[in-house]
Design a binder for this molecule. Structure first.
Ligand code: F6P
Length: 365
């Protein structure tokens, strides 16, 4: 009998734990089931452009602790909207039929797509065209549906929390307002959880548009009561009630074109003008995505990897592996496609933060 052959790609923004998944998939597939593993370079770009490598045991040895991805990634590649230059003009072309032809030519029994909502959406569309897909949820944003968490989030939360801890020092010493801007796109999980872990005095998330007057009131009140510093943790996607998010950049050839960032500077100016208290900003940016994954992310990534190979072996396709409670399960990929898991307004975490005196820049009734 011919060996089963699986493909793996890592799509979207890099995040800690991707290499742990590549290692887990390759070792399990080779060790446990005698399969072959093909790794596509740069996410779907490699599948479009026929760029791949056969992954061996040696290739994945020693990568568990490494950040990034040995395969490379892309948050632009999309076979359904492939950017090409024709007659000097950039146009998009649907090359999904050609992509599927390569999938079949390579004799793939399945494709394991490791990524966030964008990757799951594209993978789900390839499933509709006949590919046997298994998704593995990654993102520091924790905004994927149908899973309690994604790998990469714990590491980013740890990095952001450590930054908040360190910024407390300067805030206290100089009696300043320190504003820490964290990533997360339209989801406030990273700001909310690192804000709670780091004891942020004010947490601003996209799901709860803030009132700048309330933010200023809380800063002033803390000063009056002898707390001559404040730490504000703001999500890059936060916005004032009735106002807009701050867009840092438009990336035209990316399926998700808007890149957010810069809201912290805006808030700092407003607070300084109103209070005369010095403000400083720290935008954590891609530091949150780099470096070695935490133990939790390494374990979760490995569990997801092993489960994804099991799904291939059992012929359970067009599913995404997921964490539900303590169990690693499989959920239909169509339930994840094109959706985002945001922080619910009645989240128990918001209630907990309020109980310990954290402000969300709004008055709760
Ligand atoms: O989705 C992960 C993420 O890091 C978001 O938190 C952030 O908004 C975005 O990617 C940044 O994208 P890029 O790496 O293209 O700047």
């Amino acid at each position: 009998m011919a060996k089963k052959r699986i493909g793996i790609l890592t799509g979207g923004g890099d995040c800690p734990g991707l290499n742990a998944v590549i290692r887990g998939v390759t070792k399990t597939a080779i060790n446990e089931y005698g399969m072959e593993v093909i790794g596509f370079y740069d996410g779907f770009q490699g599948l479009i452009e026929n760029r791949f490598t056969f992954l061996t045991f040696e290739d994945v040895s020693g990568i568990l602790t490494q950040g990034g991805t040995i395969l490379g990634t892309s948050n632009k590649a999309n076979p359904f909207e492939h950017y090409i230059i024709e007659n000097g003009k950039t146009i998009t072309k649907d090359v999904s039929d050609e992509t599927m032809a390569l999938y079949h030519d390579l004799g793939l029994d399945a494709l394991i797509a490791v990524g966030g909502d964008g990757t799951m959406t594209i993978a789900g569309m390839l499933a509709e065209k006949g590919a046997n897909i298994v998704g593995v949820p990654k993102t520091i944003d924790k905004d994927l549906m149908e899973t309690d968490t994604t790998f990469g989030f714990d590491t980013a939360r740890w990095v952001a929390t450590e930054a908040i801890d360190r910024l407390h020092t300067t805030a206290q010493a100089h009696h300043r307002v320190m504003i820490v801007e964290v990533m997360g796109r339209n989801a406030g999980w990273l700001a909310l959880e690192s804000g709670i872990a780091g004891g942020g005095d004010i947490i601003l998330i996209p799901e709860l548009p803030y009132d700048i007057n309330e933010v200023i009131r809380v800063v002033r009140q803390r000063n009056r009561f002898g707390k001559r510093f404040s730490i504000i943790v703001v999500s890059e996607g936060a916005r004032p009630a009735g106002g807009d998010q701050v867009v840092k950049k438009i990336v035209e050839d990316s399926p998700e074109k808007i890149r957010l960032g810069g809201i912290s500077h805006h808030i700092a100016n407003q607070i300084e003008q109103a209070t005369n208290i010095e403000c400083r900003v720290a935008q954590l940016g891609h530091l949150q995505r780099g470096g070695t994954p935490t133990p939790l992310d390494r374990i979760l990534a490995t569990q997801f990897a092993v489960k994804s190979v099991e799904l291939v072996v059992n012929g359970e396709f067009n599913k995404m592996v997921a964490l539900k409670g303590n169990d690693i399960v499989a959920v239909p990929i169509e339930k994840v496609m094109g959706k985002q898991k945001l922080v619910p307004k009645d989240s128990p975490l918001i209630k907990v933060a309020i109980s310990v005196g954290t402000s969300f820049g709004i008055q709760f009734n």
